[in-house]
Write a protein that binds this ligand. Structure first.
Ligand code: XMP
Length: 331
């Protein structure tokens, strides 16, 4: 559409004016905001942009490859993928407190990103001078407003505040004036896949807060497979009344790994395996949320598939807690 095309042309021109011939670094997470920021900046300055994608090993099934496929394979952007999964799993070994886990994941993320960024800024005259971030308008309000000064931290959020100063870089935030809906429209107009741009939100600490207690690779692998089945079936099941899929009818849906074992029976044998919980909510602002009344046929299909296809999980439960008092994530 014309409005969007004008908007892109304007934004591209503004970025070119701002950075001139200098180099830009951007931390790519696979999330909507950083992806749209990357696509827009790449449209404006091409190879002057280098994306750093820190893979903490707590992403969803095939997510890292999908990010690389899209940005390198399709957009031909420069992306440095840092496989830090062993580092993160090592730091998380033996840690089960949710806040401690969040702090470790957030802290390591910044450390790894800074190391990569430092290599790019110290490359002589051609060293990067800018750090780009996918900050959107609601983030701007939230960090300036009274909201962030809550007396009690319910969950410490994973973000990269203060990084530009620490790295001695100028800040480039091309999405600062946009609401989420506008960011999504912009993403589609820039050629990002619709499915990527309209994905449910995913927390910075990733599966780290969806594996209760200690994070282990074995748990993450089981959870990734179970969650992929749940998401696939949410896309497959269409609500006849609205014609929409249950993925689109929910605001956020995911699977949680419970590190407890329960007894089951399979064929002639007894099993003693792990449990997962399915979580699906509907909300307009994520501050309050209702659990989604998913059709039984969908729950049945998902539980049957997970138990049959993911050896190591023999029980599936559905979370029927609203926020408040429960939070959306389990940790
Ligand atoms: P809760 O669990 O607090 O989650 O009800 C509200 C929303 O925030 C997301 N969330 C996060 N997003 N970094 C993020 O970027 C985080 O550390 C984080 N923790 C929770 C959560 O997925 C839900 O959408």
């Amino acid at each position: 559409d014309w409005v969007m095309r004008d908007h892109i042309a304007e934004a591209v021109e503004a970025i070119r004016q701002q950075v001139g011939d200098e180099e830009v670094i951007l931390g790519l997470s696979g999330g909507v905001d950083s992806s749209v920021a990357a696509a827009l900046i790449h449209r404006a300055i091409g190879d002057q942009l280098t994306c750093v994608f820190v893979d903490h090993g707590l992403l969803r099934l095939n997510e890292g490859d999908m990010v690389m496929d899209m940005f390198v394979g399709q957009l031909h952007a420069k992306v440095i993928r840092v496989d830090a999964s062993e580092l993160f799993l090592g730091k998380l070994a033996g840690v089960s407190d949710p806040e401690a886990k969040r702090k470790i994941i957030g802290g390591e993320f910044v450390t790894v990103f800074k190391q990569e960024a430092a290599k790019l800024t110290s490359a002589g005259a051609k060293g990067a001078k800018w750090l780009a971030q996918g900050t959107i308008y609601p983030d701007v309000i939230e960090s300036g407003g009274a909201k962030s000064k809550k007396a009690v931290t319910i969950k410490s959020h994973h973000n990269v505040g203060g990084l530009p100063e620490q790295l001695g870089l100028k800040l480039l935030e091309p999405l600062r004036d946009l609401f989420k809906d506008e960011v999504r429209e912009l993403g589609v107009a820039l050629g990002l896949p619709h499915g990527m741009v309209y994905r449910h939100p995913f927390p910075g600490p990733g599966l780290g807060v969806r594996i209760l207690g200690e994070v282990k690779k074995e748990y993450a692998d089981l959870l990734r497979r179970a969650d992929a089945i749940f998401i696939e079936e949410l896309h497959n099941f269409i609500d006849p009344a609205s014609g929409k899929s249950w993925y689109d009818l929910t605001s956020q849906a995911f699977t949680v790994f419970l590190p407890v074992k329960s007894v089951g029976v399979m064929g002639d044998g007894r099993t003693y395996d792990y449990v997962v919980a399915l979580r699906a909510v509907q909300t307009s602002d994520f501050m309050t949320a209702d659990w989604a009344e998913l059709p039984y046929a969908l729950l049945k299909k998902v539980s049957g598939r997970i138990i049959n296809e993911v050896r190591g999980i023999n029980r599936v439960t559905y979370d029927v807690s609203s926020k408040p008092p429960a939070t959306i994530e389990w940790e």
